[in-house]
Design a protein around this ligand. Sequence first.
Ligand SMILES: Nc1ncnc2c1ncn2[C@@H]1O[C@H](COP(=O)(O)OP(=O)(O)OP(=O)(O)O)[C@@H](O)[C@H]1O
Ligand SMILES: Nc1ncnc2c1ncn2[C@@H]1O[C@H](COP(=O)(O)OP(=O)(O)OP(=O)(O)O)[C@@H](O)[C@H]1O
Ligand SMILES: [Mg+2]
Ligand SMILES: [Mg+2]
Lengths: 255, 255
Amino acid sequence: RPRRIAIVNQKGGVGKTTTTFNLAGALARRGRKVLAIDLDPQANLTSSLGVEMKEGDPSVEELFVEEEFDARKAVRETRIPGLSCIPARPRLAGVEIKIFDAFLRETILDRKLEGIRDEYDFLLLDCPPNLSLVTVNALVACEEALVPIEAQTYSIKAISDLTNTVALIRSRLGRGVALRFLPTKIDGRLKVGQEILEAIKGGLKERVLPPIRTDANLVRAPMLRAPVGFAFPRSKGAKDYARLAEELLREPASA
Amino acid sequence: RPRRIAIVNQKGGVGKTTTTFNLAGALARRGRKVLAIDLDPQANLTSSLGVEMKEGDPSVEELFVEEEFDARKAVRETRIPGLSCIPARPRLAGVEIKIFDAFLRETILDRKLEGIRDEYDFLLLDCPPNLSLVTVNALVACEEALVPIEAQTYSIKAISDLTNTVALIRSRLGRGVALRFLPTKIDGRLKVGQEILEAIKGGLKERVLPPIRTDANLVRAPMLRAPVGFAFPRSKGAKDYARLAEELLREPASA
Ligand SMILES: Nc1ncnc2c1ncn2[C@@H]1O[C@H](COP(=O)(O)OP(=O)(O)OP(=O)(O)O)[C@@H](O)[C@H]1O
Ligand SMILES: Nc1ncnc2c1ncn2[C@@H]1O[C@H](COP(=O)(O)OP(=O)(O)OP(=O)(O)O)[C@@H](O)[C@H]1O
Ligand SMILES: [Mg+2]
Ligand SMILES: [Mg+2]
């Protein structure tokens, strides 16, 4: 029953964290129980959700490096009803080296989440800008992936590398995430963006979701520690992420 | 004599590659001999410069993993007079693990570049979106760093983490890069951007460079495999990067 969605794109700054943060908010506003998991050592999602980390507080790192660890111990509640978080912290940057030699190192996160995932309607995993072991763990732990893409030059190469990684996982594991593409920072005025977006859609067809338009409120909302649907409910950003939540609720997990 | 500049910011998508590509072009237009080094496994700079990699072609990876390697063997000429490139390739993603146990692993790049750097006026190093060993190698190999920053929510935390890393290097090595900040994607119309930019400037004072404005030509230029000063010489992007080159030529390396 729980939907497990990785928000992934190895290209930097395309809107992964903005999407995880505001989609989580939109689903919570629709009464769903959401667990947002921060997998980026830069911990932007963690700070956007207002989760403050003290010395000794467990984070997602413990899920990777502790042999026996109940993931529940790392879960933090946020001020938003129905929205919980497993936070990241800077030390997470060193986790790849620590798990490099571990047995079945690509499936650590999947196994650690087994125990808690049925308590939620949605698990959203915010990935870092790379295709490292941490990102692979996220892809293995999920059934779906949302890929925010900009109408920009380097997007096409990034998409191709990502689909190769997913295909590799599918060939090794017998299953792989259903990929869906989310155009972000879409500015109706920019013509070069339109051309690139059409080229991308041409290659991906039915798997492209309704776009998220540029909206300064999406920059402001994290400063207020509240998803845009709560902070600026009438804004373009709020409407677009509500529409995305609607689309995901309507469409089941399969591609 | 050669100026060695790392283009660095662990936040994704802030304009590191766009800055390396177009600053290299602007310096080449001013008759300088420039070596642009791609340190990102996603190799966006490499493809923007039109450098095609075949099986067996050496890349920056060889500088990290080969004991004795003449960096000259990895240098590729581009179509732009005075602009050369040491390319990256996807395999570079695995280099951190390979050098993790190496002796003086933070200084490998510096030592490998010693032999060739006097042949150039400028070395520009395009860093990946993280503070990994590769990025640390770039900071150790350079005397200056250009930090592209967006007028965005997560910039301030990113700047603080970066200055901590530089301070750590300075404490261990007795020297550290002179940091200069380059506001990018500045859109005069966006008010929230103005507020964040003022806050950032307030903290950084004289070390903030004249900004680079948003310009769709900066998205188009890599598609033409030509820096914006060559592809769209009258554009805002061309003017702003020419002004940046001017500022760097005027100001010597010390902070
Ligand atoms: N639709 C939008 N309109 C305006 N600004 C946006 C939009 N989406 C994202 N941004 C801004 O773009 C910047 C990058 O977004 P974000 O941090 O979500 O990307 P990311 O893919 O998570 O980056 P990273 O690769 O570093 O993790 C942020 O400052 C964010 O506020
Ligand atoms: N001044 C600008 N105006 C318009 N678009 C820009 C500008 N600067 C950069 N961009 C666009 O923003 C996107 C991200 O820029 P770029 O790839 O240079 O960032 P980066 O920091 O190198 O990213 P990464 O962290 O992934 O290496 C690119 O599509 C680029 O074309
Ligand atoms: Mg992010
Ligand atoms: Mg780049």
